[in-house]
Design a protein around this ligand. Structure first.
Ligand code: GMT
Length: 375
């Protein structure tokens, strides 16, 4: 039975927006009718799909209000779309504010719709710590009909921090295998002024403090003393300026390539030898999966869901946060031992195919929808 599904996410660049959009596209390919409801068109939703609709949330800026009431406008738009399109499911990504808006919308309509909330991390690990929001987040989770989490670690953290009385299904993130695979990218290394014999390390993030990009620079500094290499930095965010300063102070400007926000990440990953994600908080780490799918071994920290993605000593390495020396040594080992690198690269691709297969993940979400609709 095909369903009518509403999806709300933060449409800007970011793992949760990517997952929500890719999920919507794959569900549409399976014949479901998808209605995205958000402030702007999700950035991955570029071409026209006959069964995907976009409903823009418009917020009017009245001089009376200090802050434009986005959350209320969103709830209002959700109610309008649920009623008019007779949605079966409203799938929201993030408890705050999206689940709360969906609950409000559900009360505004006479049509029965099931609310599914997917927890991505920041809503729990950052906002959940804020006492003023804790009760609201718990409310959003408990009043949703179904709740999913992108890792076991995030599920446990949610239960521990918020004491929620709710069954949470763990459904891992996924990548579109048609896009994320090793590609022949011809002259790209040359274009980026990287010599053929130089190794390439890569970091991709939104440069928030939790990503510890400065540790990435410190590790690269150590690695580059022993291995001819370059570091590609993809993304932008609050720490960017400090990272640039650190690179300058270390005198490694010639070896670090700041690429800013990029869309063709699979091409950049195809010239990379090691991916570093050294965060202090990370519920999953979608960028790891993207790298692994392209055959790039990853080094990550032992926090959150990262150890559920990287298998230490098999697909990459897991190291304690801020252990620069250990992380550097691991990276040097990988970059200087060809058989080891080849084995990790092969195992990374295998792991993505076996555990994070997009068709299985989409099916898991469908099972949640059907289970709730059956009551
Ligand atoms: O990492 C971020 O700052 C962005 C955030 C988001 O909303 O996209 O990422 C969270 O959701 C991703 C998709 O499920 C996960 O892969 C990231 O690990 C998670 N980030 C954190 O937990 C810090």
């Amino acid at each position: 039975m095909s369903l009518k599904i509403g999806i709300t996410c933060y449409p800007s660049v970011g793992g949760s927006g990517i997952i929500a959009t890719e999920l919507g596209k794959l569900l549409a390919e399976k014949g479901h009718e998808i209605h995205f409801i958000s402030s702007t068109m999700p950035f991955r939703l570029k071409r026209l799909y006959s069964n995907i609709y976009f409903h823009e949330v418009e917020v009017n800026n009245y001089p009376l209000f200090k802050h434009p009431p986005y959350d209320l406008a969103l709830a209002n738009k959700m109610a309008e779309v649920i009623n008019r399109e007779k949605l079966d499911v409203m799938h929201v990504h993030y408890a705050m504010p999206h689940a709360v808006c969906a609950i409000l919308a559900k009360q505004m309509v006479d049509h029965d719709v099931k609310i599914v909330t997917t927890l991505h991390g920041t809503d729990i690990t950052v906002l959940g710590i804020d006492l003023s929001l804790k009760n609201m987040i718990r409310f959003g989770i408990e009043k949703s009909d179904g709740v999913t989490s992108v890792s076991e670690s995030l599920k446990h953290q949610t239960e521990e921090m918020l004491h929620v009385d709710k069954e949470i299904d763990v459904i891992y993130n996924f990548v579109d295998e048609r896009e994320y695979k090793h590609k022949s990218v011809g002259e790209l290394k040359q274009q980026l002024k990287i010599k053929e014999d130089e190794k390439v390390l890569i970091h991709i993030s939104n440069f928030r403090k939790v990503k510890r990009v400065q540790d990435v620079i410190s590790v690269f500094h150590e690695v580059s003393k022993q291995v001819p290499s370059k570091l590609l930095l993809v993304g932008d965010g609050p720490e960017y300026i400090h990272v640039r300063q650190q690179v300058q102070e270390l005198g490694i400007q010639e070896k670090v390539v700041f690429l800013g926000k990029q869309e063709n990440v699979s091409e950049l990953l195809s010239i990379a030898d090691v991916k570093l994600l050294l965060s202090e908080k990370e519920s999953f780490g979608l960028v790891l999966l993207e790298a692994m799918a392209c055959g790039v071994p990853c080094i990550g920290t032992d926090v959150g869901g990262i150890p559920e993605v990287i298998i230490d000593g098999q697909t990459g390495y897991i190291c304690p946060v801020s252990e620069i020396e250990l992380i550097s040594n691991r990276a040097i080992d990988l970059l200087t031992n060809k058989p080891l690198w080849e084995s990790f690269s092969k195992e990374s691709i295998k792991r993505v195919n076996e555990h994070f297969d997009s068709s299985k993940v989409v099916q898991q979400y469908e099972e949640v929808y059907y289970r709730l609709l059956k009551g």
